[in-house]
Design a binder for this molecule. Structure first.
Ligand SMILES: *[C@@H]1O[C@H](CO)[C@@H](O)[C@H](O)[C@H]1NC(C)=O
Ligand SMILES: *[C@@H]1O[C@H](CO)[C@@H](O)[C@H](O)[C@H]1NC(C)=O
Length: 491
């Protein structure tokens, strides 16, 4: 680093020796000159670091593009504390239906493991939601490695594949647990075992608080999520194959491009679309009862940073960040709205744009094709293993992948600053800025601290009250720090 004091002490030293004989004076001038040179060279190091406006050594560029943020020695810590007891042979059963898409189900399943532990219950392998938007008939063992799941958690919770026959006629309750509940809430719920032997939970999403839970419960959630809940063998093996195919070209980006019809309709984001398309999305929004926001001003949504980046905007973003056009980009997403019409805006800048459909053979994809949750699982694996993960919008998948990558060693995840970027994009559009090195430096600077470096989980938004307080907290699985990510010297 440049030390501003060193240049002033150099000046001082020189002024102290003003009248020595000529030979000393000459020697001093030489010395002073070399000190000067040294200082200049010191000063230049940080200047050369400042992005692409100055020529950059290619290894430095590679590092900036692909290397993970420093993990500062932080590492996973999931071992239980010494007070943690083995589960007793439990005679009460918890049955669960996990709702939502893949990642909502995953977090719900792991939370239910923790709930079963808190309530001293045996957990029956959850049923998966078949009626949701995803219309997927997959069972637990189609998506996950069921026997591994049971075995991996045997020191935490008893898990069985099915409710035992003799329990089918046992007194049974159906219970909607309150969202974001504490450990004491569930300990209190254990009173229900006085009257019932089976409790059925029809919804598993967000039933457990993010924060203020015993560390052993938090670590159990991490063991469940990151070790026990593996994907089934067919999914794992295709996922691995796709990762290998991508890696054979060098490092790659997994782009969670949330530019799907339902997402655009839900958020009311119609920037860059035709009037006909905007109308179609509006009708879809108005006809979907459980979407509460109806009249949305697309312009205001976008300026507020509440819209997914368009494929074209993603292209400008990646280019400004310095990714060369030869970069391999894997699109982890469902169907892109408008298909190639909008995707081509990105493909024209980054021709090596692939997805599971183009990377896998028809034959390889056949057994998963009718199952949205299984294809989502393949995207999940490729996203976890990517060199860089970039979500164009927030959501359950973006959060889950980011958290998992943090857990595995703070793998690089770049979260686009959508609000900041949209301002710059609009200035480009109006001709107030050019897509040059200066523009690029601004984009790079804007994202210096959005690359997945270790930090504590964010609390609730200031001013939020009641349920909203929990809703606005950063999700436990988005950043399991500090409970499951500890300093290097932690044992
Ligand atoms: C669960 O079981 C343990 C040991 O058997 C006991 O100490 C604890 O109080 C029980 N918890 C509840 C909520 O029943
Ligand atoms: C949407 O918001 C923008 C910016 O606030 C405003 O200029 C525009 O008139 C609004 N559009 C409609 C249809 O209300």
């Amino acid at each position: 680093m440049v030390n501003p004091r060193s240049s002033s002490s150099y000046r001082l030293r020189r002024s102290r020796f003003v009248v020595p004989p000529t030979i000393y004076r000459l020697a001093l001038i030489l010395l002073a000159f070399s000190v000067f040179l040294f200082l200049v060279s010191q000063r230049q190091i940080p200047v050369f670091d400042r992005g692409p406006s100055l020529p950059q050594k290619s290894s430095e560029l590679e590092e900036r593009l692909w290397d993970s943020a420093s993990g500062y020695g932080y590492r996973p810590c999931v071992k239980p504390t010494h007070k943690y007891a083995a589960p007793q042979n439990q005679k009460h059963y918890l049955t669960v239906r996990s709702n939502g898409g893949l990642n909502q189900m995953r977090t719900g399943i792991c939370d239910m493991v923790a709930v079963a532990r808190l309530m001293n219950a045996t957990l029956v392998i959850p049923q998966l939601d078949k009626r949701s938007f995803w219309q997927d008939t997959s069972t637990f063992s189609d998506i996950f490695d069921e026997s591994h799941f049971i075995k991996a958690l045997e020191n935490d919770v008893h898990i069985v594949s099915e409710l035992p026959k003799e329990m089918e006629s046992a007194p049974r309750a159906r219970k909607h647990f309150t969202s974001w509940s504490s450990a004491s809430y569930y300990e209190g719920m254990s009173q229900m075992w006085k009257d019932y032997e089976v409790i059925h939970v029809p919804k598993s999403d967000s039933r457990l608080a993010n924060n203020d839970l015993p560390v052993d419960i938090q670590r159990l959630r991490c063991r469940a999520m990151y070790y026990a809940l593996r994907f089934s063998n067919p999914i794992e093996s295709l996922g691995k194959k796709l990762v290998e195919r991508l890696k054979s070209h060098g490092p790659y980006i997994a782009l969670h491009l949330r530019y799907e019809k339902d997402m655009l309709a839900f958020t009311g984001c119609t920037y860059g679309l035709t009037d006909i398309e905007a109308g179609e999305l509006k009708i879809l929004r108005e006809n979907t009862n459980h979407w509460k926001m109806k009249g949305i001003n697309s312009t205001e949504q976008r300026l507020g940073g509440f819209c997914p980046l368009t494929p074209k905007e993603v292209g400008v973003f990646l280019h400004s960040m310095g990714y060369p056009s030869s970069t391999w980009i894997y699109i982890a997403a469902g169907d892109i709205y408008g298909g190639e019409t909008y995707l081509s805006d990105l493909r024209s800048q980054f021709p090596n744009l692939v997805s599971k459909e183009s990377l896998a053979t028809v034959e390889e994809l056949k057994e998963f094709a009718k199952h949205a949750t299984q294809t989502a699982a393949i995207d999940y694996i490729v996203s976890i293993e990517s060199d860089v993960f970039i979500p164009s919008y927030t959501g359950n998948m973006a959060r889950a992948v980011e958290g998992h990558r943090r857990f595995l060693g703070h793998r690089k995840t770049i979260n686009p600053d959508r609000k900041g970027l949209v301002k710059l994009f609009d200035m480009l559009e109006k001709g107030e800025l050019k897509e040059d090195t200066k523009f690029s430096s601004r984009v790079i600077d804007m994202h210096k601290h959005r690359q997945g470096a270790p930090r504590k989980r964010y609390g609730s938004l200031p001013g939020s009250k009641g349920r909203d307080r929990f809703r606005t907290e950063e999700s436990f699985y988005e950043n399991p720090f500090p409970e499951c990510i500890c300093p290097a010297d932690h044992h």
